[in-house]
Design a protein around this ligand. Structure first.
Ligand code: NAP
Length: 279
């Protein structure tokens, strides 16, 4: 009997997982390119993570995305970790290689840069300093990507100052720390302003920082994408900034995994945005 070709499976593991938009994104791309494959959300507890990663390749999975709370833990379970994932200290994309090894990567920074390249094409990293609010996992990915792109200076402020000091230790001299109480001062002369805190997200307080020093013409971007128009972006726009919402970062970070698993470089465009927004 001729053996039928195996249908590739991929998915996203996290706990909880119901909120993840990745199944909509990958489902859209699978349908769009007519690929016979499946992308499945999987609720995996921390206790079950090692067993799940051992079993998934045997069940036909070619890889998975990883979300909260497993992004750090998977680094210890992977056989090969990319330099950027090691530097960021977290992975969001796993590839189950044919030789049985688990390859871990972090594509959040790639997604962040690709979103800016698409929606703020005039901005160049070398143009001038960036101002960054927040020092969590997403901020680490943004910093790594901006440094790789050649940014001259990253000004950073976070409610918990200690976390910015850890970032400066890990990423070096291009980081300039500002106190959270003076975060608004970072904006003078900044070509790019980024909210990488969770403030402004539905159910969270707004990011309430004075934006009066924001330069007209600067690019302002928010990693938060629920809602798409955060109060930060609304105010930045009213002050003449060029705004970029956070949805594109989510879409672009998914592209490298999709390409590795399913063999097709996917497009990120209006149709992709609509599919993920459920429109
Ligand atoms: P995280 O590691 O939990 O970090 C949260 C950040 O928000 C920290 O800097 C934290 O400051 C700050 N924060 C939280 N509550 C605050 C408050 N009340 N006042 C001041 N600061 C506060 O989270 P993360 O993974 O970095 O994610 C950050 C945001 O980016 C989330 O909204 C996430 O959904 C979004 N994100 C989007 C994408 C995308 O593709 N668009 C990708 C990754 C993340 P402290 O250090 O003081 O707690």
């Amino acid at each position: 009997m001729t053996e039928l070709p195996r249908i590739p499976l991929a998915g996203v593991i996290g706990h909880p997982i119901a909120h993840s938009r990745s199944p909509l994104l990958h489902g859209h791309w699978l349908a769009r390119y007519g690929i016979k494959g499946h992308y499945i959300p999987m609720d995996v507890s921390a206790a079950d993570l090692p067993q799940a990663l051992a079993m998934l390749p045997k069940l036909g999975f070619v890889g998975v995305n990883v979300t909260i709370p497993h992004k750090e833990a998977v680094l210890k379970l992977a056989d090969v970790v990319t330099d950027r994932a090691a530097l960021i200290g977290a992975a969001n994309t796993l590839i189950f290689r044919a030789d049985g090894k688990i390859h871990a990567d972090n594509t959040d920074g790639v997604g962040f840069m690709a979103n800016l390249r698409q929606l703020a094409a005039h901005w160049q990293a070398a143009t001038g300093p960036a101002a960054l609010f927040g020092a969590g996992g997403a901020a680490r990915a943004v910093i790594a990507a901006l440094i790789e792109a050649g940014i001259p200076e990253i000004r950073i402020a976070n409610r918990t100052r200690l976390r910015t000091e850890v970032l400066k230790r890990d990423f070096g001299g291009r980081l300039v720390i500002y106190d959270w109480s003076h975060a608004g001062d970072m904006l003078a002369g900044a070509a790019l302003v980024i909210n990488a805190t969770s403030l402004g997200m539905t159910g969270k307080p707004d990011l309430r920082l004075p934006l009066d020093q924001l330069e007209a013409g600067a690019v302002a971007t928010d990693l938060v994408y629920t809602p798409l128009m955060t109060p930060f972006l609304t105010e930045a726009q009213s002050r003449g900034a060029h705004i970029v919402d956070g949805l594109g970062m989510l879409l672009h970070q998914g592209a490298p995994g999709f390409e590795r698993w399913f063999g097709q470089r996917p497009q990120v465009d209006d149709a992709t945005r609509s599919a993920v927004l459920g429109q």
